[in-house]
Design a protein around this ligand. Structure first.
Ligand code: ATP
Ligand code: MG
Length: 304
């Protein structure tokens, strides 16, 4: 591939996807630089998977422009996808196959010669901690092992761009941390990574930039720490079980959402005083985080 390394890996301009009347992705604009890791956040149905699927040519955009490695998805699907690895949101593996067979089938699909395939499969299984499971059926693997196998499969063609659609949903904290370490290693090796997630900590740990989507649009984007610093007060006192809101001074902003109260301030002291006098034991005083930014912009109610 002769993609200029100084050029963005993905460019979207006015990118739109309609399903009938539904605007799943609506007029989205962004560029992804080489070696960047960008996290796409958004409530269920926000359009994250639809956006990823356009990038790897599973579906065609309705309007706008999309380029990947300077090429046009769908039209140049094969050339583009030779350099993309995808970890799908849903496990689409055949339960009856052995772990190694799953990778062999994909190696064949990628057009790898037999020797290269064998070498890469052995090294990826080892790297993912799955060497002992090569001859186990997918059915017999744990959720964490299946996900690691899906990542191994996505890496078989040594991609330049890795797309991970909710790579750690439903996994335990140990596996999640292991996968984060693997992804950080891939980033150090120069890979460009697009990731969708509902885990704010995951987005914060891995992403140079996050884009928050809602109803098909990107409503906010930036480096996680910049967003936290610029979009919110520094401290949050979160409390539940308050029968009524106590009197608060002018430096504190108050929000109520379902059964919880949130008090925000740039100064810790007034929140600490409030905290000490709150008539509930269900209260916590903490730094504002990415989840607070996410909820501020996408709302605290259900989107469905
Ligand atoms: N093939 C399709 N046909 C019709 N509607 C679709 C199709 N694919 C997605 N949609 C709709 O497009 C919208 C965006 O869906 P999408 O799967 O992209 O959301 P998402 O942000 O990935 O959500 P989640 O967090 O639940 O995975 C949803 O309303 C969904 O129902
Ligand atoms: Mg999705």
């Amino acid at each position: 591939m002769n993609h200029d390394p100084a050029q963005p890996v993905v460019v979207a301009r006015g990118l739109t996807k309609h399903f009938g009347d539904l605007h799943a992705v609506a007029d989205v604009e962004f560029e992804i630089a080489p070696n960047e890791c960008v996290g796409f956040l958004g409530p269920n149905g926000a359009g994250k998977t639809t956006l990823m699927r356009m990038i790897y040519s599973a579906i065609e955009n309705t309007a706008g422009m999309l380029s990947v490695f300077g090429m046009t998805p769908m039209k140049q699907r094969k050339q583009i996808n030779a350099h993309i690895g995808v970890v799908f949101q849903d496990n689409n593996l055949d339960d009856e196959l052995f772990a190694a067979e799953t990778l062999e089938a994909h190696a064949l699909y990628c057009g790898l010669d037999h020797r290269t395939a064998r070498r890469r499969i052995a090294s990826l299984l080892a790297w993912m901690g799955l060497a002992a499971k090569a001859k186990s059926t997918i059915r017999s693997l744990s959720g964490g092992m299946v996900r690691r196998l899906m990542i191994a499969r996505a890496l078989l063609n040594s991609p330049t761009l890795l797309i991970l659609d909710e790579p750690t949903t439903g996994l335990d904290p140990q596996v999640r941390h292991l996968i984060w370490a693997l992804l950080r290693e891939l980033k150090r090796r120069g890979m460009t990574i697009l990731l969708t997630t509902h885990y704010m900590e995951e987005a914060q740990q891995l992403s140079d930039r996050v884009m928050i989507m809602d109803y098909g649009q990107i409503i906010l984007s930036g480096a996680p720490n910049d967003l936290i610093e610029n979009q919110l007060e520094r401290y949050v006192l979160q409390a539940s079980g308050l029968a009524e809101v106590p009197p608060i001074d002018g430096d504190i902003r108050h929000e109520r959402a379902s059964d919880a109260d949130y008090f925000y301030s740039d100064a810790e002291q007034p929140l600490r005083e409030l905290y000490e006098h709150l008539p509930t034991k269900y209260a916590v005083l903490r730094h504002a985080n990415l989840e607070d930014v996410f909820l501020k912009f996408t709302g605290r109610g259900l989107n469905e």
